[in-house]
Design a protein around this ligand. Structure first.
Ligand SMILES: Cc1cc2nc3c(=O)[nH]c(=O)nc-3n(C[C@H](O)[C@H](O)[C@H](O)COP(=O)(O)OP(=O)(O)OC[C@H]3O[C@@H](n4cnc5c(N)ncnc54)[C@H](O)[C@@H]3O)c2cc1C
Length: 431
C-alpha cells in the first residue's frame, strides 16, 4: 500500500517536513541512511567525561521563527534559551573583555547603542554604519548579491578596524565563509532579519540540551504517534522516476517503496546519484567547520560564549555553563570556514585551540587540560559564494520536492533555512 509521502533524510529539513505533514494527518515514512537521526546537527555522549558533545556548537537566533514553530510542534522549544537582549562578548588580542550590549531601545537604536559599548569600535566607525543602513534600506539587492562581503563593506566605507573586529567574525560565523568569498547578499539577509528587525528577533539562543535531544527523538515520536514510520539504516539507492514524475524510491537492499509524493531532504552530493540526468542540479561549493572540545580541570571562562579576536579559533563556547553541568571547565572552540585546518591532525588542532584560549583567557593559563578532541565537518554547509544558484523546493520532476538548508530559501544555509525548506515542501504537498 502507498504511504502518502516518503521523506528521504532525517536532519532538520526532513524531520520538520515529516512532522508538518503528520500534523495534518498524512501518513509519512522517513528514510534515514544512518543509524541515527540529526544529519549535520547531532550530539553524542563522550564516554570519558560523560558530557554531551555537539558535532559543532549551534547558535540559534530568535528570528528563527520556523525552527521555533517546528520545536513547538514537537514540544521541545523550552530547551532553547534566548538572551533577554542581544549581547555578544569578545576577547581582544590583548586578553581584554568587551561586549556588544544592546539595551532595551527600539530597533535600530538598540544596535547603535550596542556598537557604542564595544571598545573595539570607534565613534567614526559608528558614524559610518549609516552607509550600511542606507544600503540595506534602499540598495539594489541584485547588485549587492553580485559583490563579495569585503567589496560591499569597502563600498560602504567601513574601516579596517571594524572589518577585523566585527564584520569578519560576524560573516564567518553567520555564513561559514570568508568575507572575500561570501556574497554580500547573504550577510544582508542576516542583518535585515536578525539585527535590523525587532529587538526581540536579534537575540541569540542556545540549546541547553544536546542537539539530538533537542529535536530528533521528539520528532520521531511525533511522527510515530500519528501513524507514520521512521526507518533508520535505510539508505535510498534510487528514485522511481517514470513519465516525468517520481512514484517512490528503492532502498539499497532492493526494497521498493511506492508513494504519492517524495521529499528529498538530503545534501546535493547525496542527491546527485539519485538524479543522474538532472542538468538543473549543479554541484554546489561547501565549506568545512572544525570544533575543538577541551576539558580543563576548572572553569576558565565567565561568559556563555565569546568571539575571539586575532586568533585562528573564532568562538569559544562555555559548554559547562550552557549545559548547566556542575563540573566546570568544558569549552568548545570553533573554526568556521576551516579550509586551512580541516586536514590538520587532531593533536595540531588541540594544540592550536589550547594556545588560542590561553592567549585570550588569562584564567585558563594555570588550568590543566584533562581531555581534548576535535570534530571535523568537511561539508558543514554550503559556501554562499557569489554567483551560486540554489534550486527551489519544487523540482522539475512531478511529485518530487527538494528540502535542505542548501535549497533556495533566501536564507543562509542554516537550521532555519533547512526548516523553512521542509515546511515549504509540506505546504506544497498539502496545497
Ligand atoms: C559544525 C556545524 C556548525 C553549525 N552551526 C550552525 C549554527 O550555529 N546555526 C545554524 O543555524 N546552523 C548551523 N549549522 C548548519 C546546520 O547544522 C545545517 O544547516 C542543518 O543541520 C542542515 O539540515 P538538513 O536537514 O538540511 O541536512 P542534513 O542535516 O545534512 O540531513 C540530511 C540527512 O540525509 C541523510 N541522507 C543522505 N543521503 C541519504 C540517502 N541516500 N538515503 C537516506 N538518507 C540519506 C543524511 O544521513 C542526513 O541525516 C552548522 C553545521 C555544522 C556542521
Amino acid at each position: 500500500m502507498n504511504c502518502d509521502v516518503l521523506i528521504i533524510g532525517g536532519g532538520f529539513a526532513g524531520l520538520s517536513a515529516a512532522t508538518a505533514l503528520a500534523e495534518k494527518g498524512l501518513r509519512v515514512t522517513l528514510l534515514e541512511a544512518r543509524r541515527r537521526l540529526g544529519g549535520r546537527a547531532y550530539s553524542f555522549r563522550d564516554d570519558v567525561t560523560g558530557d554531551i558533545v555537539d558535532n559543532g556548537q549551534h547558535l540559534f537566533m530568535a528570528c528563527y521563527h520556523e525552527t521555533r514553530r517546528f520545536l513547538g510542534r514537537i514540544g521541545t522549544e523550552r530547551h532553547l534559551r534566548f538572551q533577554p537582549d542581544l549581547r555578544v562578548d569578545f576577547r581582544t588580542p590583548d586578553g581584554r573583555r568587551t561586549a556588544l550590549k544592546c539595551p532595551r531601545l527600539p530597533a535600530p537604536y538598540h544596535l547603535l547603542a550596542g556598537f557604542a559599548s564595544l571598545s573595539t569600535v570607534s565613534v567614526g566607525d559608528i558614524f559610518r554604519l549609516r552607509h550600511i543602513m542606507a544600503d540595506l534600506a534602499v540598495g539594489d539587492p541584485h547588485a549587492r548579491a553580485a559583490l563579495t562581503v569585503s567589496e560591499w563593506l569597502r563600498r560602504n566605507r567601513q574601516s579596517g578596524a571594524i572589518i577585523s573586529n566585527f564584520w569578519t567574525p560576524l560573516t564567518v560565523a553567520a555564513l561559514n565563509e570568508s568575507p572575500d568569498v561570501a556574497s554580500a547578499g547573504g550577510l544582508a539577509v542576516v542583518l535585515q532579519r536578525g539585527f535590523a528587525g525587532s529587538r526581540e528577533d536579534a537575540r541569540l539562543g542556545l540549546s541547553v540540551v544536546g542537539l539530538s535531544e533537542l529535536y530528533t527523538e521528539a520528532a520521531r515520536r511525533y511522527i510515530e504517534d500519528r501513524g507514520g514510520e521512521v526507518r533508520l539504516g535505510a539508505p535510498v539507492a534510487a528514485l522511481d522516476l517514470r513519465g516525468g514524475g517520481c512514484e517512490g524510491v528503492t532502498l539499497k537492499d532492493g526494497t521498493r517503496l511506492p508513494a504519492d509524493a517524495v521529499i528529498s531532504a538530503i545534501p546535493p552530493p547525496a542527491l546527485a546519484p539519485l538524479l543522474p540526468d538532472a542538468d538543473w542540479l549543479r554541484p554546489l561549493p561547501t565549506s568545512p567547520i572544525v570544533s575543538v572540545n577541551v576539558w580543563f580541570d576548572r572553569p576558565v571562562m565567565a561568559e556563555p560564549f565569546a568571539g575571539l579576536l586575532g586568533t585562528e579559533c573564532q568562538w569559544a563556547f562555555n559548554r559547562s555553563m550552557i549545559l548547566n553541568s556542575a563540573r566546570g571547565g568544558y569549552v568548545a572552540l570553533v573554526i568556521s570556514a576551516a579550509r586551512d585546518h580541516i586536514h590538520r591532525p587532531q593533536q595540531d588542532l588541540v594544540r592550536l585551540a589550547v594556545t588560542d584560549l590561553r592567549r585570550l583567557f588569562p584564567e585558563s593559563r594555570t588550568a590543566c587540560v584533562t581531555r581534548a578532541f576535535a570534530v571535523k565537518e568537511r561539508e558543514a554547509t554550503l559556501s554562499p559564494a557569489v554567483g551560486i544558484l540554489r534550486p527551489g523546493q519544487k523540482s522539475p520532476v512531478r511529485n518530487l520536492f527538494l528540502a535542505g538548508d542548501w535549497t533556495d530559501t533566501g536564507l543562509p544555509a542554516t537550521i532555519e533555512s533547512a526548516v523553512v525548506s521542509g515546511h515549504r515542501c509540506a505546504e506544497m504537498i498539502l496545497g
